[in-house]
Design a protein around this ligand. Sequence first.
Ligand code: FAD
Length: 384
Amino acid sequence: MTHRVAIVGAGPSGFYAADGLLRTRPDLRIDLIDRLPTPFGLVRAGVAPDHQGTKAIVRQFERLLAQPDVRFAGNVEIGRDLSWEELQAGYDAVIVATGMVIDRKLGVPGEELPFVWGSWRFVAWLNGHPDFRQGPDLSAVKRVAVIGNGNVALDVARVLAKSVDEMTKSDIVPEAGAAIAAAPLTDIYVIGRRGPEHASFTGNELAEMGRLSRAVAVADPAALAVEAPAHDPTLERLRKVKNLEILKGFARNVPGGKPITVHFVFNQPTAAIDPDEFDLVVTCIGYCGVEFPKGEGVFPVGWAKRGPTGTIPTNRADSHGVAQQVIAWLKERDPKSGPDPLPLSVDVAGWHRIDKAEVAAGAKLGRPRVKLTDWKALLDTAEG
Ligand SMILES: Cc1cc2nc3c(=O)[nH]c(=O)nc-3n(C[C@H](O)[C@H](O)[C@H](O)COP(=O)(O)OP(=O)(O)OC[C@H]3O[C@@H](n4cnc5c(N)ncnc54)[C@H](O)[C@@H]3O)c2cc1C
C-alpha cells in the first residue's frame, strides 16, 4: 500500500509537482486531474499560438504521463464532479494547481462595452479553449488598443499584426486566423499607464515586434528619455536597459511604412473606454483566481499559490519545493485505504486520441495541429 496524491490542475505547476514528488518517492500513486479533456493548462490555452518553441515543454510533461503510477483524469472538475471534501477524504494529500485565469478589471467606465475583451478570453479563443469558442467580430476592426505592458500585451498585438504567412506554422484556431487575416487593421496601440522604464516586456518578445512583415513598430522618442531605475536588481535593470534600446529603435521607424502600425504608448493611464477611439480593446492587466479550500493536507502550487506571475520555468522550483513539503507531510501518515475516489472520464489514452486527431488535421495544412474546440468533439474523440 502506498500513498495516493491528487494534483488538481494539469498545467505546468501540476506537472512539475508530480515530477518533484516522483524524484523522491517513485512509489507514489499520482492522479493529475483537469477540468478539460486535455492536459497542459496555459501551455495549450495561454501561450501564444505562434510561439511553438515555448509549447515544446509538453514533451517533458508527456514523459510524466507515461509513468505507470501517474494517471491523467481529464474532464473532471473538482467542485463540480467531485467535491474538495471528497477529494481530501480519498487522498493522502491534495496539491492545488488550478492556476488563475479570470481577467482582472480595469474598473473604468465603458469596460463592459462589447468591444472590450479581457486578454484571457481573447487568447483562449485564439488557442481553441472549448469554453471560449466565440471571438470578437473583427470584420470592421481598424484600430485596436491593447492595454498593458507585459508579454501578454505583446502576444495579443503580435498575433493581430502578423501576416497569414507568419502564422502558418502556428496552431491558432483556423476561425480566429481567418478573422484576423480578413480584418481591416491599420493601427494597434500598446498602451502602458506608466513609463517605458517600468514595462515588464522581455527583450526577445519586444524585439520580435520590430521584425513583423506587415507591421511597423513605432514609439514617441520623447517618452523614451528615461533610464532604468538605478535601484533595480542587476538583471532587472539589464532587461529594462535592453527594452529602452529596442524602443529607441522603434522610435526611428516611420508610422505607416507597412499596412499596420503598432504604436507603443506610455504614461497613459486608462480613465475610461471611449467607443469613438477604438474598434477593439484588449485589456492585458493580469488575472485573479477562484477560492479553493485551505488547510491540512492541501498544498497550493504555481499561479494558484503565487498569483499570476512568473513564466513556465518559474513554476518548476516552486512546485519542487512544495513537493518536498508534501513528502514530509506523508512521512507522518499511514496511507489511506478505501475505494478509488476518482470518476475517470478522459484518461491518458483518451487524451492521446485527441492529440493524434489534432496533429493529423494539422498535417494536412502543414500546421503543428488543428485543435478540437468543441466539448462534444473532444469527448467523442477521446472515447474513440
Ligand atoms: C496569455 C498567457 C500567455 C503566456 N505565455 C507564456 C509564455 O510565452 N512563456 C512562459 O514561460 N509563460 C507564459 N505564460 C505563463 C504560464 O502560462 C504560467 O506560468 C503557467 O501556465 C502557470 O501554471 P499553472 O500550472 O499554475 O496554471 P495553468 O497553466 O493555468 O494550469 C491550471 C490548470 O488547472 C485546471 N483547473 C482549474 N480549475 C480546476 C478545477 N476546479 N478542477 C480541475 N482542474 C482545474 C485548468 O483547466 C488548467 O489546466 C503565459 C500566461 C498567459 C495567461
